[in-house]
Design a protein around this ligand. Structure first.
Ligand code: DGP
Length: 122
């Protein structure tokens, strides 16, 4: 399937080998604060499975996992109270797309963002 590296940081967080500031967890996903926030709200949502990127996830994950993951993304945004203010979802795909950690993840960002996430609020 993919060249998933089981030693990547998010795999280790999922296995409980490394700590994280958890905001949400269910059968499909884990969400936690980004270690290097680019906005006042910057949370990462990762699927509970070995998927390198969005390309891998959207191809290889069972439909139930894809649905459960994206439902979790919405649940986290709601739980963070972002419905009113709005938020962005960012998924970097591949090194050329700015991906650094090769376990698929979605960034939820809200508020004034640093340049890495564009100039929407600058
Ligand atoms: P990306 O470029 O989409 O692969 O972003 C990876 C993000 O992961 C980046 O915003 C920083 C974050 N990150 C890297 N290492 C850690 C870590 O050990 N803990 C947490 N919470 N976030 C991390």
């Amino acid at each position: 399937m993919s060249d998933y590296d089981r030693t990547n940081i998010f795999a280790r967080i999922l296995r409980g080998e490394l700590p994280c500031k958890k905001v949400y967890e269910d059968a499909f996903a884990l969400a936690f604060h980004d270690i290097n926030p680019q906005a006042p709200v910057h949370v990462l949502v990762i699927p509970k499975g070995e998927y390198v990127s969005n390309m891998d996830f959207s191809t290889a994950a069972p439909t139930e996992m894809v649905a459960g993951f994206w439902r979790a993304v919405g649940t986290v945004a709601r739980q963070l109270g972002l419905e009113q203010d709005g938020y962005r979802l960012v998924a970097n795909n591949g090194a050329g797309g700015g991906q650094v950690v090769f376990h698929f993840h979605v960034h939820i960002v809200s508020g004034k963002q640093k340049p890495r996430f564009g100039r929407v609020h600058e």
